[in-house]
Write a protein that binds this ligand. Structure first.
Ligand SMILES: NC(=O)c1ccc[n+]([C@@H]2O[C@H](COP(=O)([O-])OP(=O)(O)OC[C@H]3O[C@@H](n4cnc5c(N)ncnc54)[C@H](OP(=O)(O)O)[C@@H]3O)[C@@H](O)[C@H]2O)c1
Length: 450
């Protein structure tokens, strides 16, 4: 961890995972821009970024500082009387090293943050991997030529690795003896489970004081348009044997986030978000639990699909053509893709609450018009529609998933039941892993009272 400043107690604290590249870096930049535009000069932003190494973290902070300086100088030029230096002093950075495929790494980082940070207002769970081994080029060319927009929005030509698991979670003993442990799906752990555990450990920092009428802390998930219902198999929830582990992890993300406010999941959600590590049991009665929110960035050209330079250029060209053909789901640049998660992080609680009261809990996506002007757009979720309201259908159905169906009562009941089962299973898995690490003497104990 590198503390670059003494952090103000009352700042706006945001954590972003995987902030060194693609969408994570863009979310950091966009948060700086929008925070400075929308918050009064007395308020500070504290960005806690996570990367996979100290070097990546410090390089990222250098780049974020450069961005901050550029933005502040621009603002100072266009708004007379504004000091670039004063603006820059309102943003503070901190770096943490986190590997989401190691539960011990998740526990270590959570402990450090809990011991060094007064609170958190939002955590943006962005980091992730595709788990792809390549592309089926024949299928790619055919599907793009016969249905351009659909092929580059809901691709069917990526080849996923099957059977990928993480390195052992429990280190071998000094005499080299390995401890028996069940496998953890790698894509599942990087995209979902590592974040799930992190959210649990950071929940006490995200809990807010009811009496001070503070907005609940936000756990903001990054999902995808490719979160198909068919990809998630509850008998292989870690998708170790699946041909669509990425899609499965994103569908699980959708199901967990959307159903987190339903009465049927309350027992599991309460145990997940409980502040039971606090010494006084009455403390949980005085706090508002954090809220889970679901976002996705549309389709952006990033390193998540590693390609040689020339093919990257072809990918960008294909995305531009899709936008010109009317695709709203092609922000293309990470900066525009960051629109929805940043909006959810900074929106007033009253805005989010009144939108959810009207339209239901939803999935917030980054979209653009033909000219590339970005906006936040509600996105259909299989089995939930646009907000869990049967009979509600959008006028504009362009960009709809080829597997989407109008929401029915039966479909919604099934979705809610899937949510209940997923929550129960994730809580079971969390507790099981915590016990296993503890028994092996490898667990990192959280300090009580934090
Ligand atoms: N790009 C898109 O079109 C798109 C569409 C829908 C959803 N998304 C989602 O957006 C998120 C960001 O993706 P991206 O496109 O920006 O990809 P990216 O450029 O590859 O960034 C992924 C980030 O996650 C980090 N990461 C990977 N594995 C990790 C692990 N085990 N522990 C900790 N950090 C890890 C990477 O760190 P390293 O640099 O060290 O590898 C990197 O910082 C992902 O959740 C992705 O599913 C992207």
């Amino acid at each position: 961890m590198s503390d670059t400043n003494i952090l103000p107690e009352d700042g706006f604290y945001v954590l972003i995972t995987g902030a060194n590249s693609g969408l994570g870096f863009a979310i950091g930049c966009r948060l700086i821009d929008e925070f400075l535009q929308t918050h009064p000069p007395s308020e500070n932003l504290i960005l806690i970024i996570t990367t996979r190494s100290e070097r990546k973290g410090s390089d990222t902070i250098v780049q974020l500082r450069k961005h901050l300086q550029k933005v502040c100088e621009q603002t100072a030029r266009t708004a007379p009387g504004t000091s670039s230096k004063a603006l820059q002093q309102r943003v503070h950075f901190r770096n943490e090293v986190l590997d989401l495929t190691s539960l011990i790494s998740v526990q270590k980082v959570a402990k450090r943050i809990r011991n060094s940070t007064p609170k958190l207002d939002a955590i943006i769970l962005n980091a992730g991997i595709g788990g792809w081994e390549g592309i089926n080029w024949g299928k790619a060319i055919w599907s793009i030529l016969t249905g351009w927009k659909r092929a580059v929005t809901y691709p069917t030509f990526k080849k996923s690795g099957v059977g990928w698991t993480t390195k052992p979670q429990i280190p071998a003993s000094a005499d080299g003896k390995k401890v028996d442990e069940p496998p953890l799906g790698e894509v599942f752990c990087a995209n979902f489970f590592g974040h799930y555990m992190l959210g649990h450990y950071l929940a006490p920092l995200l809990a807010k004081d009811i009496q001070r009428d503070e907005a609940p802390g936000r756990i903001i998930w990054l999902s995808s348009l490719e979160a198909y219902g068919r990809s998630l198999n509850l008998d292989d929830i870690q998708s170790i044997g699946s041909r669509e582990p990425y899609e499965s992890s994103k569908r699980l993300t959708d199901v967990i986030a959307i159903t987190s406010t339903l009465p049927s999941t309350a027992a599991s959600v309460n145990s997940y978000l409980s502040c039971s590590t606090q010494p006084s049991s009455s403390s949980s009665e005085k706090t508002t639990k954090p809220r889970l929110y679901l976002t996705h960035p549309g389709i952006c050209g990033t390193a998540i699909m590693p390609l040689p330079w020339i093919l990257q250029m072809c990918m960008f060209a294909a995305f531009w053509i899709a936008r010109l053909l009317g695709s709203q789901w092609h922000p293309i640049t990470a900066d525009k893709g960051a629109c929805a998660p940043v909006w959810v992080a900074l929106a007033k609680q009253s805005t989010l609450d009144s939108m959810e009261r009207g339209e239901g809990v939803g999935k917030w996506g980054s979209a653009t018009d033909w000219w590339g002007n970005e906006r936040v757009e509600r996105t259909e979720v299989e089995g939930w529609g646009w907000g869990g309201k049967v009979g509600v259908r959008r006028k504009n159905l362009s960009g709809r998933s080829p597997t989407a169906k109008d929401l029915t009562e039966e479909g919604k009941i099934e979705f809610e039941e899937t949510g209940r089962r997923c929550w129960r299973e994730m809580e079971r898995l969390r507790v099981e892993w915590e016990r296993r690490l503890e028994k092996a003497g490898a667990a990192v104990k959280m300090d009580p009272g934090v």
